[in-house]
Design a protein around this ligand. Structure first.
Ligand code: PLP
Ligand code: COI
Length: 343
């Protein structure tokens, strides 16, 4: 149970707060070693490690929730484990066995149980699994040694607005990924690529940058930290693109939309379609499901007004409530998405 740690659980932002332990595992001599439990926030790294020079870094994002029934749940952790393997293979790193990933995620939650925010606070314990290449190299080639770490930190909403419509901006001079690049994997370099647009968006008061497809700049790709979806005529519409991260939240919302009797279309979404959509949102582990009220296209000097009254749309609200309900044990988990942790 969350102890009296002098933390204002209901007013946490999405930022790093030290917890008690992190868990680590190293791949050396062709095999993964024992799981180590550490209280150290630092890592000892060779200055020529491949992660520092050639971007051999991948990560994941996941949340543990204290539910209405007092139980702690992880949401679709197997999907994070699978995606981490895909990311590793994408940039020639060592894939982490799914069982190891899940065991370490469980362990870090159990060890940091006193940092799991209480039910009703709106906050959760965020897990950040990361893998880095640690072999010293100056020539460009993959490492033979890797370190896998999971740390945990309690967080509140990613966007300070919470569940309120946010504004996003399109800046055509930036791409977050190349058409056949690493956009579909969770590679640190993608966020470096998107940093210019994100910084420009934040400085101008937008919550995030919205990227167009890097090949034609005709279709919507995704936001800096989250996927995009729109609602029109009882249909959930979300971009199909090879340069976006396959979001586990998006995949889940598509299923929830079907469960609610909606149609789902996963296809290229032309920018002009924003003129006719009824609702739009960003979705992801950190973002959950954040309504988008306005989209500013700087190149065209045009603003698409999605939310006419400044409130979240009814369908986005329904999807958000169902997703949160499953994560918090308030709604029956009919698809077996959650894993209960003894913490
Ligand atoms: N797209 C990007 C670029 C992200 O960083 C994230 C966050 O993980 C997502 C989408 C959402 O993915 P998920 O729902 O699996 O967290
Ligand atoms: C997540 O949603 O977990 C992410 O990794 C997004 C990140 C940019 C905060």
């Amino acid at each position: 149970m969350a102890e009296n740690l002098n933390i204002d659980w209901s007013n946490l932002s999405f930022s790093y707060l030290k917890t008690d332990y992190n868990v680590r595992c190293t791949f050396r001599d062709g095999k993964w070693g024992e799981i180590e439990v550490s209280t150290d926030e630092n890592i000892n790294l060779h200055m020529a490690a491949t992660c520092l020079h050639y971007g051999q870094e991948i990560f994941e994002g996941q949340k543990a929730f204290r539910g209405k029934d007092g139980k702690v749940r992880l949401f679709r952790i197997d999907e994070n484990a699978k995606r981490m393997r895909a990311s590793a293979m994408g940039i020639k790193m060592e894939p982490i066995p799914e069982e190891l990933f899940i065991e370490m995620a469980r362990k870090v939650v159990e060890l940091n149980a006193r940092f799991i925010p209480p039910y009703g606070s709106g906050s959760s314990l965020y897990l950040r699994p990361l893998e880095i290449g640690i072999t010293p190299r100056v020539g460009v080639s993959p490492a033979t040694e890797y370190m896998f770490i999971i740390f945990a930190t309690p967080v509140g909403p990613y966007f300070k607005e919470g569940f309120k419509p946010t504004k996003v901006a399109i800046y055509r001079e930036f791409d977050r990924a190349a058409p056949l690049g690493t956009g579909k994997w969770k590679v640190g370099g993608n966020y470096a690529c998107g940093m210019g647009a994100t910084a420009k968006a934040k400085a101008a008061g937008y919550s995030a940058a919205l990227f167009l497809d890097p090949k034609e700049k005709r279709y919507i790709d995704e936001c800096g930290p989250a996927n995009f979806f729109a609602i029109k005529n009882n249909t959930y519409i979300t971009p199909k693109s090879d340069s976006i991260l396959p979001s586990i939240t998006n995949m889940s919302l598509q299923q929830i939309a079907r469960d609610l009797g909606m149609n789902v279309e996963c296809r290229p979404v032309p920018l002009e379609e924003l003129n006719v959509v009824e609702e739009a949102a960003e979705c992801g582990t950190a973002a959950v499901c954040t309504p988008i009220g306005e989209i500013f296209d700087e190149g065209m000097n045009h603003t698409y007004i999605i939310s006419k009254d400044g409130n979240p749309g009814p369908v986005t609200t329904q999807l958000y409530n169902r997703l949160r309900g499953i994560q918090l044990g308030e709604v029956e988990d009919i698809h077996n998405w959650t894993t209960i942790i003894d913490a």
